[in-house]
Design a protein around this ligand. Structure first.
Ligand SMILES: Nc1ncnc2c1ncn2[C@@H]1O[C@H](COP(=O)(O)OP(=O)(O)OP(=O)(O)O)[C@@H](O)[C@H]1O
Ligand SMILES: [Mg+2]
Length: 739
């Protein structure tokens, strides 16, 4: 409901400045309907109103905007807000206007008429604008800086608020070079207090922000990053029959709730949105392939609850990608988002925190569900390495440090998905917060269903090991719609075009030179053509594998070696499982320790040569078999067991693939990786004679790994064999995960 402007003025106290708590709370109640300040809001407001710089670190949805919106109402004059995204500015300005607060934004998306009106107001002796939102690019233009100087000279520039201030730091996950230019603000306007706000800054980034903005003895306000109302869960794509169906079932079972689904690629967004719509879910896709008008209307419809679910892209690399469309990320504020899903793994914990932080901004219980897939992980590793290498090439210098950092950031995200234990703790530790596990109160799957999670992770490890062994988990396999040669292209190589055209969304068209440069960049990029891109990617892929393989080769074998300690741990594990099986079946005739030693030896004999991963997978598989085996299964397999010494392991023998599958059937512990390999062989047309054998079988040949060109050719319509290697929707090894 619109509030009239007149009473607002009265509550503002006309030309008087309000600084006391009571008066400020009145403003909060009147304009925003909130009964009192939250967290450190009041301290931040008080600091900037008294002219002091302030660095404010509050969690996502913590209410940072209020820290500059209330001061804008408490003192006559203008609060300048620097914001990284036009959609974000639009979103806030619209919400403020609805509350009767005079707020404006300046950007390239406005008509000349609208811009002129705003400039006229700013130039007038008594501007009605209370909050002026601008992009960092506009601040960097001399014309706008001189305008700010004029406003300041008239005593009307009260505060400069830098929202999403982590964008200033190259150590931050959303680094924006144009944010670096904000350091000139202090030089030009030395006595205007600066308020820096962010939800995602590790200590190094915090220092970087303070130094870059030249904050003087700022008041440091830091709150916990914990979002206690968000339940965190990871679902494993490789263990699900159909991820699309799982997501639609999840959304349906949650009721007609408001949700955001983040995907890596546009094609996935479109497919997913179509799938969800088909299943009666009110949703729309939101990405760079959609024209500006449609995108705005999707955003409007979602904000105004006309549609409940938005399926949006989130980009994997720093800089450019983020600018375009992560408007469904930083700062977007619809209070009742109950569910945030990541359909692909994000590239960093900070990004994940920002995105999942769109949930539950009304503090009510909400969920963050991440769908994790092994192929997704590989793709993201490739994207990060490729992006960094490219940056290195274009800057003429080595970006090795930056690449390592990005990969290290991503590793934390992988650990979040692949580790057992409390997810919340992992998030908070990423931001340097040490917390006891009890803090979570079972509000993540790791704390709520620890055993189930361990089981899933074991299954996942088995599948991953199988894929790695078969060499089929290549980077380009999972995007079913990717075609090349003038047809629809993968987001992988299409992304460049998108990037070079995308700045328009964030920067200001006042800067004609920049626009011309962008245009030129766009055209040149298109001219480069598909072939050049493919060549580039081929080289990048080669480099990627070379780097992977050359990564400390001397330690690799050591790391994967099975030590006596590993074997002892497995024996213990198997002893427990045999014990449980004998209790479950009330079968006291089983020689527990001897049987466990026998089983461990079996695992070691089969997979000892192949390394820890395979060996552990086989142990896990045996444990699972023990959990469900019948008495006769046990008798068949362990009946002839005679006491053996734990270390009496045989030298692994070579078995033919068929023998091994047979062996698996006989023992009931068919290693899932064998099933994968066999299926892969069938799928790729490899005859049973050349079907890859079990890992211990060193002489058995693996199916060849396709080169990038081969992969591309597979996709060409008239290629003689259109059969593609196994993709994850074809894995025989899936089963629906019950949640
Ligand atoms: N004192 C308060 N009491 C109740 N609700 C509040 C209060 N202050 C802010 N809010 C509400 O909290 C929600 C989140 O606020 P806001 O968008 O400012 O968060 P933020 O800290 O900027 O988050 P992000 O980092 O995601 O941008 C908004 O819907 C806002 O109306
Ligand atoms: Mg915000």
């Amino acid at each position: 409901m619109k509030k009239p402007l007149l009473p607002a003025k009265k509550v503002c106290g006309g030309n008087k400045q309000i600084t006391d708590r009571e008066g400020l709370v009145k403003l909060l109640r009147w304009h925003f309907g909130h009964s009192d300040f939250r967290g450190k809001q009041f301290e931040a407001i008080q600091a900037v109103l008294s002219g002091r710089d302030c660095f404010c670190l509050m969690p996502t949805g913590g209410g940072k905007s209020m820290c500059y919106q209330i001061p804008a109402l408490a003192k006559p004059g203008i609060v300048l807000v620097v914001s990284p995204l036009i959609a974000l500015m639009e979103n806030q300005v619209t919400a403020l206007k609805e509350k009767g607060i005079t707020a404006e934004f300046l950007s390239s998306t406005q008509t000349i008429h609208a811009k002129t009106k705003i400039h006229e107001d700013l130039d007038s002796g008594k501007p009605s604008t209370r909050l002026l939102y601008v992009t960092p690019e506009l601040i960097a233009t001399p014309g706008f800086m001189s305008k700010l100087n004029k406003i300041h000279a008239r005593g009307l520039l009260n505060i400069i608020a830098i929202d999403e201030a982590h964008c200033i730091s190259s150590w931050g996950h959303d680094f924006r070079p144009s944010y670096g230019k904000l350091s000139s603000l202090r030089n030009h306007l030395p006595d205007v207090p600066i308020l820096a706000l962010t939800a995602t800054a590790v200590p190094k980034v915090q220092k970087d922000v303070i130094d870059s903005l030249c904050l003087e003895s700022p008041l440091l306000l830091k709150s916990s990053f914990n979002r206690s109302n968000i339940y965190y869960e990871v679902r494993y794509k490789d263990l699900l029959d159909n991820v699309f169906n799982d997501l639609s079932a999840l959304l349906k079972s949650s009721g007609d709730v408001c949700a955001i689904v983040y995907c890596l690629e546009r094609a996935t967004c479109d497919e997913l949105a179509a799938h969800l719509s088909k299943h009666g879910i009110s949703c729309a896709a939101y990405h760079a392939g959609i024209n500006n008008n449609l995108r705005s209307s999707v955003l409007d419809d979602w904000i105004s609850s006309k549609i409940q679910v938005v399926v949006a892209t989130c980009f994997p690399s720093n800089g450019h990608y983020l600018r375009q469309l992560c408007s469904f990320r930083m700062g977007i504020d619809r209070k009742d988002v109950r569910l945030v899903c990541h359909f692909n793994i994000p590239k960093s914990m900070e990004g994940f925190y920002q995105e999942s932080g769109r949930a539950g901004r009304d503090q009510l219980p909400s969920k963050s569900i991440l769908y994790y897939g092994i192929d997704d992980r590989k793709r993201m590793e490739f994207i990060i390495s490729n992006a960094e290498n490219k940056k290195g090439q274009s800057s003429g210098g080595s970006r090795e440090g930056s690449s390592k950092k990005s990969l290290a950031d991503f590793k934390l995200m992988v650990e979040y998905c692949e580790g057992s234990g409390c997810r919340r703790k992992k998030i908070l530790e990423n931001f340097g917060e040490e917390v006891p596990p009890s803090l979570c109160k079972k509000s993540c799957d790791g704390c709520k269903h620890p055993n189930q999670l361990v089981q899933y992770l074991e299954e996942l490890a088995t599948i991953a090991a199988g894929r790695q062994r078969s060499g089929l988990s290549r980077l380009f396999l999972s995007s079913s719609n990717d075609k090349v040669g003038g047809e629809q292209m993968s987001e992988f190589w299409n992304r460049d075009d998108e990037v070079s055209c995308s700045d328009e969304d964030i920067s200001d068209s006042d800067d004609g030179i920049e626009n011309a440069k962008r245009e030129a960049g766009c055209k040149a990029s298109r001219r480069a053509g598909v072939n050049a891109k493919i060549e580039l990617l081929e080289r990048a892929e080669e480099r990627y594998y070379r780097n992977q393989n050359s990564d400390k080769p001397s330690h690799k074998s050591d790391k994967n070696a099975i030590t006596e300690a590993h074997r002892e741990a497995s024996r213990k594990r198997l002893t427990d499982s045999v014990k449980q099986a004998s209790q479950r079946l009330s079968n006291s005739s089983i020689e527990i320790e001897t049987s466990a030693n026998f089983l461990e030896n079996e695992c070691f004999n089969k997979y000892g040569k192949s390394g820890k991963t395979f060996y552990y997978s086989q142990v896990a598989s045996t444990v699972r078999w023990l959990a469900t085996a019948t008495s006769s299964d046990l008798t068949n397999r362990l009946g002839n067991v005679t006491p053996t010494s734990p270390c009496s392991s045989k030298v692994p023998t070579e078995a033919s693939p068929t023998e091994t599958v047979e062996e698996g059937r006989r023992t009931g512990t068919t290693a899932p990786e064998l099933q994968d390999i066999t299926a892969a062989a069938v799928e790729s047309g490899i005859s049973s004679a050349s079907t890859p054998g079990p890992p211990a079988s060193a002489s058995t040949k693996l199916p060849p790994i396709p080169s990038f060109t081969e992969f591309v050719n597979w996709n060409k319509p008239n290629h003689k064999s259109r059969t593609r290697p196994l993709d994850d929707s074809q894995s025989p090894n899936k089963r629906q995960k019950k949640t």
